[in-house]
Design a protein around this ligand. Sequence first.
Ligand code: ATP
Ligand code: MG
Length: 347
Amino acid sequence: MLIALLPGDGIGPEVVAEAVRVLEHVAPDLRYEQAPVGGAAYKATGHPLPPETLALAKRADAILFGAVGDPACDALDRHLRPEQAILGLRKELGLFANLRPATLFPELADASALRPEIARSIDMVIVRELTGDVYFGQPRGRRTTDTGRREGFDMMRYDEDEVARIATIAFETARGRKRRLCSVDKANVLETSQLWRDVVIEVGARYPDVALEHMYVDNAAMQLVRAPGHFDVIVTGNLFGDILSDQASMCAGSIGMLPSAALGAGGPGLYEPIHGSAPDIAGQGKANPLATILSAAMLLRHSLGRAAEADRIEAAVAAALAGGARSADLGGSHSTREIGDRVLAAL
Ligand code: ATP
Ligand code: MG
């Protein structure tokens, strides 16, 4: 099995290095190839997603991605920006499903933005559609109207196949958990949401064992803070999912704790921490590597079908936290490497 390592910029290489140490320990048979991506690739080759990097990603069984983003590239044309690399990878690999578990390790209840007794109830997965919706719909643009006023417009659009495939992933995810699925939309106002709701109900007919409910996005935003324990799996479109998943992550503690997976139809999955390149702490050995280590566990579970090894990593992270492992974002002073050491010790 070949893992493509795309560490990227800022703290990306620091956190990916720790995740690889953990992977090498639990799954010594895996092979790795590394390639530059983002600002690092732009500096080396003039392109944030060089053809060799894309070719490696396509050839691999799974991709472990760090982060992209480099303030030194801020003045570049949009298509040369580091962030284009991750958008390009999602598009080229057809990674339409974003799985973001938001789970609070009980040891970290104090780190949540919520009261500890509410935070402890958080254990959900948000399944966000990643390649459609208003982010990609056409037409879009800016123009000046006949009356001389500036205007901007974006097209919110989904077709039934796009909804059905993300709904299927969400129902399957719910089946592996508490069998409760909440579909979030704005069907009282939006045509796309009415189609979304119809198609989710149709797909749901194949999953009679999963309890399906529908919620308007504004209510979902409120319930996420009021009673997050209500949710098991949430499925929603690209725009609503973007907002709700960031909201859920802060309820679940530090940005340095949360992993994610981007999956497509059959090809390699891409696994990355939800945080960015954190230029403010890059190169200082301060970054929390646990989000990336937990992303490696998701890689084993979802792309390689190796749930037992994934469980071992997650248990070792819990044990390290219980033993007092705390990087700066969690109010401690352990370095990136020390956190990795403690996870390895727990293994
Ligand atoms: P991007 O645009 O790449 O997503 P961003 O502007 O959203 O980046 P991040 O790079 O995620 O921001 O950083 C946001 C804040 O969180 C920064 O202060 C950063 O130092 C902190 N941070 C992010 N990741 C970690 C981590 N793994 N450990 C500790 N702190 C982190
Ligand atoms: Mg960000």
